[in-house]
Design a protein around this ligand. Structure first.
Ligand SMILES: Nc1ncnc2c1ncn2[C@@H]1O[C@H](COP(=O)(O)OP(=O)(O)O)[C@@H](O)[C@H]1O
Ligand SMILES: [Mg+2]
Length: 264
């Protein structure tokens, strides 16, 4: 018996209009994601990672192909998917608790067992519940944004370079928080990043994108490290260097191909 695939991208393409004519950002993207899997989409800036994630989120419509969840094509946002963007995007006039409470209203009936403060606690920022975003660091705001996404009790967590604006120590802390939350929640995570080490530390599988225009999936790479993971154990794993080398070679190769193409 074949297992049902909860999230499937089939022949996905996005063409944007531009003054110089239509531009194909991504084309023929085929990805099947299993329930509970942690997948990162990795590629150079501008290759179409956010475009793919936006189509999964239902914020952009595919030009060709589609996003299928539980066998049904999705064309708009839905309560089973929550997105965290690069910038925290909290409502500035609401406290952390109120920001989370607003999103919690989207949770399916019966699913909501926890209070906004529980979600803040889950990501380690219960102490800022009564504060406005303007009085929090960027890292704390992004934790609140993650709590807000979790409070909608989505099955799919869609993350678009959520830690890229943070300094490296805060980023490490946030990666650990996300890893712990994911291990405990069983959610399916699709995370866009251009950080090779972040992808290798967090994901079960890396989707390596070729460069745009007309970017597509170049390779799907399984990450071999056992779970639960710790940064120290992953860095000490004999396979780490080889995995990192493989991804960097892939990205390098595609960047050269692209630049070569421009020069030609
Ligand atoms: N709304 C839009 N209109 C026109 N072009 C867009 C739009 N959004 C993205 N693009 C183009 O699509 C390509 C992929 O963009 P994006 O998905 O943001 O890349 P990434 O997230 O990998 O950096 C880029 O060339 C970008 O300029
Ligand atoms: Mg992007």
């Amino acid at each position: 018996m074949t297992m049902p695939v909860p999230l499937e991208l089939t022949g996905l393409a996005k063409i944007f209009p531009s003054p110089a004519g239509p531009v194909t950002a991504v084309t023929d993207v085929n990805i099947r994601i299993a329930a509970g899997e942690f997948v990162t989409i990795l590629g150079h800036s501008g290759c179409g990672k956010s475009t793919v994630l936006s189509m999964i989120a239902g914020l952009e419509r595919a030009t060709f192909g589609g996003v299928v969840i539980d066998g049904t094509q999705v064309i708009e946002p839905g309560p089973e998917r929550a997105v965290v963007f690069q910038a925290p995007c909290l409502l500035p006039w609401l406290t952390a608790r109120q920001n989370v409470a607003l999103a919690a209203e989207r949770a399916p009936r019966g699913a909501r067992r926890q209070t906004p403060d529980d979600y803040l606690e889950m990501v380690g920022v219960a102490d800022v519940a009564a504060l406005l975003p303007s009085s929090m660091s960027l890292g704390t705001q992004q934790c609140v944004a993650l709590a807000r996404a979790l409070s909608a009790e989505p099955r799919f967590l869609l993350l678009d370079e959520p830690f890229s604006m943070l300094d490296s120590l805060t980023r490490f802390e946030m990666q650990d928080t996300l890893l712990r939350v994911w291990e405990q929640s069983g959610k399916t995570v699709v995370m866009v990043t251009h950080d090779v080490d972040e992808a290798l530390y967090l994901a079960d599988r890396l989707i390596l994108m070729t460069d745009g225009p007309s970017a597509t999936v170049g390779e799907s790479m399984t990450v071999p490290f056992t779970r639960p993971r710790s940064r120290a154990a992953v860095l000490a794993d004999g396979r780490y260097h080889g995995c990192r080398r493989h991804v960097i070679d892939f990205l390098d190769g595609h960047a050269k191909q692209w630049r070569g193409g421009l020069r030609a």
